[in-house]
Design a protein around this ligand. Structure first.
Ligand code: H79
Length: 479
């Protein structure tokens, strides 16, 4: 049976980062989606580039990059793109930010080139976040970057042209349900138990269907029709109880007209979409047999905050990518350009470092299959419970593995101890017969000595890793 899911407000508050999990089955869809009717080989063809990609760039960029985490002289806690909500900023005050938004430092060429040099294969940018400001040329609603700012340019068009030139895919994030500046749309209040209709300004009151029919649906239409072969991905977010099956079906009727489109599991209304989307977390065992993508911040915010310097190390970011690939998922890693359109240098530096590793070791990531082992990722504790009372997963960080038809890749994080002049990598159980071994970063692919005994295998490694973050051992296998 096909598992469909329905989001409730309670689930959203209890587990805001796993929108689609553990939800009751929805009633039959009023409008069937493509996923309901396509064959598995049609789905394979539609998802092919995405499954190959493994690594994408998320871009959160909008008016919130102007306050950059500070309002009325006070630092506003939590994620930067939520500042309007978190500081209860009146609609008129927030909207007036548009008059000062002139990000002349924005270069679509440089951002696409940055993604490309990081080894990313696609970009997903906020076309409209919860603040309701459209980062594109919209005839449907004037609160947009072309009509309401001195900038008068459409960054989505510029990115689409560049992505096409440089061979990357481009997707659009669209907040279909929350919109804090459009009358009638949803607003989830921090720590409030009525997440659907909490408004902090009368200007937010109104009728949800009016919002849906005069703003969300017309803008989704614009996004789907004005950018040629893009968007390749449509990324919905934070559905509330307002996104009923009937309302979601109106959006599905639109996306159905774009048979190559990939869209995520956050539309609402019981639609499952194409992709599971864990947020700020890597699931212990992935979602076996499903397409999934972990989206994560590079510091602690999606939208730019001037004082968030808590950047993850290149080591953490790369090991996250490898961990995710070993479980069959994609890594959608976020950058937050500032109000001039400039990507913070610490973010640029980390992406370049990841690209340097991928330029040598990308074969072990792109288009690979998940691990044939499993226990190397960690184990569930017999004693420690997670926040839901389930056994807590304790990750291990010695190594990960990815798989190709005739190869097993072992990405070694913790180099095995040296005895004599050598280290040995030990495998107890071999899923395939190993015929030879070498290090991917060794240009000569010099064969490594192997010792096999009673079904287990020791690979003799040099005393030191070739890369301190992750050195890839390639095991050639007989099928
Ligand atoms: O776009 C990014 C986030 O803005 C968005 N999804 C990613 C990709 C997102 N919206 N909501 N959430 C993520 C999770 C909800 C968090 C909340 Fe809160 C907890 C909302 C209210 C309490 C964080 C803390 C935001 C306000 C306070």
């Amino acid at each position: 049976m096909k598992l469909t899911r329905f989001l409730t407000a309670a689930v959203l508050l209890a587990a805001p980062l796993s929108y689609a999990q553990n939800q009751p089955a929805a009633p039959q869809h009023p409008v069937p989606s493509i996923q309901d009717s396509e064959t598995s080989s049609q789905k394979d063809a539609r998802m092919a580039w995405w499954r190959q990609a493994r690594f994408g760039m998320f871009i959160h960029w909008g008016l919130y990059s102007i306050p950059a985490g500070t309002w009325d002289g006070k630092q506003v806690p939590s994620i930067g793109e939520w500042i309007m909500n978190n500081a209860s900023i009146p609609v008129a005050d927030y909207k007036s930010l548009a008059a000062q938004f002139n990000p002349t430092g924005f270069s679509a060429h440089d951002i696409v080139a940055l993604a490309k040099s990081a080894g990313m294969k696609y970009i997903v940018i906020t076309a409209k976040h919860h603040d309701g400001f459209a980062m594109f040329d919209s005839k449907a609603n004037a609160f947009n970057i072309v009509a309401a700012t001195p900038f008068h340019r459409d960054p989505l068009r510029e990115l689409a042209d560049e992505a096409r030139k440089q061979g990357l895919k481009l997707g659009f994030y669209y907040s279909q349900d929350q919109d804090w500046t459009a009358p009638g749309a949803s607003a989830i209040l921090r720590a409030n138990h009525d997440p659907v209709t909490h408004h902090w300004d009368k200007a937010q009151d109104g009728d949800f269907d009016t919002y849906l029919h005069t703003k969300a649906i017309p803008q989704i239409k614009e996004l789907l029709t004005n950018y040629g072969d893009f968007p390749a991905v449509l990324w919905f977010d934070t559905p509330t109880a307002n996104m009923t099956p009937a309302r979601a079906a109106e959006i599905v009727a639109l996306v159905n007209q774009h048979p190559n489109l990939i869209w995520n599991n956050r539309l609402g209304g019981g639609y499952k979409g194409d992709t599971e989307t864990p947020e700020q977390t890597i699931p212990a065992q992935g979602f076996p047999g499903e397409d999934w993508e972990s989206c994560m911040t590079i510091n602690d915010t999606w939208g730019y905050k001037s004082y968030d310097t808590n950047f993850k190390s290149t080591e953490t970011l790369l090991r996250n990518l490898i961990d995710i690939a070993s479980k069959g998922g994609n890594y959608l890693l976020n950058i937050g350009p500032d109000s001039h359109g400039i990507v913070p240098q610490p973010e640029v530096d980390r992406l370049h470092a990841m690209g340097t590793w991928l330029a040598v070791n990308g074969e072990a990531i792109y288009g690979t299959q998940p691990t044939l082992f499993g226990p190397e990722a960690g184990s569930f504790s017999a004693t420690v419970k997670d926040s839901k009372g389930n056994p807590k997963f304790i990750p291990a960080w010695d190594w990960r593995s990815t798989t190709a038809p005739n190869k097993i890749y072992i990405e070694i994080f913790n180099w095995p101890p040296v005895s004599g002049a050598q280290a040995a990598f030990h495998l107890d159980k071999l899923p395939r017969k190993i015929t030879s071994a070498y290090l991917l970063a060794d240009p000569a692919h010099t064969p490594l000595k192997m010792t096999q005994a009673g079904g287990s295998l020791d690979i003799h490694l040099p005393a030191k890793p070739l890369d301190p973050i992750a050195t890839v051992l390639v095991l050639e296998t007989a099928k």
